[in-house]
Design a protein around this ligand. Structure first.
Ligand SMILES: CC(C)(COP(=O)(O)OP(=O)(O)OC[C@H]1O[C@@H](n2cnc3c(N)ncnc32)[C@H](O)[C@@H]1OP(=O)(O)O)[C@@H](O)C(=O)NCCC(=O)NCCS
Length: 137
């Protein structure tokens, strides 16, 4: 368990599965993720039963407000929109890099908040992935 004055990182126990799923499906933040599908209860629980050890939840004033995980060396992070801009993202990234110093972040090019977050924490853009544009994009 890591903490600073305001924030604490705790293991992602079963009691937090729905918090993470709801945040992951939140329309306000979903556009920022590469994977866009709605996450069902069944698929989420099955995924978390295998991967929850790689995730931690950020607790602020006694409530979960975000999560961070590293799966396949790739950092997955989200903060509840009502708690953006208070430093929770920075806290989680600075803690996770102590544990996974070589982990990377794959960020959509238009996701300025995430780019800013990682750059502020010492990450640099190293690669760009190019896709052929499709009619939906
Ligand atoms: C990216 C995210 C985790 C940032 O969380 P946060 O708790 O608001 O971040 P912080 O308060 O620690 O801000 C850290 C830095 O990020 C950058 N940042 C945050 N929001 C920003 C925004 N809207 N525009 C530009 N930069 C932004 C700034 O550099 C900021 O530093 P500052 O506070 O000194 O200006 C949050 O916006 C989020 O959950 N987004 C949706 C999910 C997502 O995009 N996940 C990443 C997928 S790779």
């Amino acid at each position: 368990v890591s903490e600073n004055v305001a924030f604490k990182l705790v293991p992602l126990s079963k009691g937090y599965y729905e918090f993470v799923r709801n945040l992951r499906n939140n329309p306000e933040i979903k556009d920022n993720f590469i994977e866009q599908e709605f996450i069902t209860l069944e698929s989420h629980n099955a995924y978390m039963d295998v991967n929850s050890e790689n995730y931690q939840v950020c607790v602020y004033q006694g409530l979960p407000i975000g999560y961070i995980g590293v799966v396949a060396n790739d950092i997955r992070i989200a903060v509840s929109p009502e708690h953006f801009h208070i430093g929770a993202g920075t806290f989680m990234v600075s803690e996770i890099i102590k544990r996974y110093p070589d982990a990377v972040a794959k960020v959509k090019i238009e996701n300025e908040s995430s780019l800013g977050l990682f750059e502020k924490n010492g990450f640099k853009v190293k690669y760009l992935v190019l896709e052929r544009s499709t009619s939906e994009q």
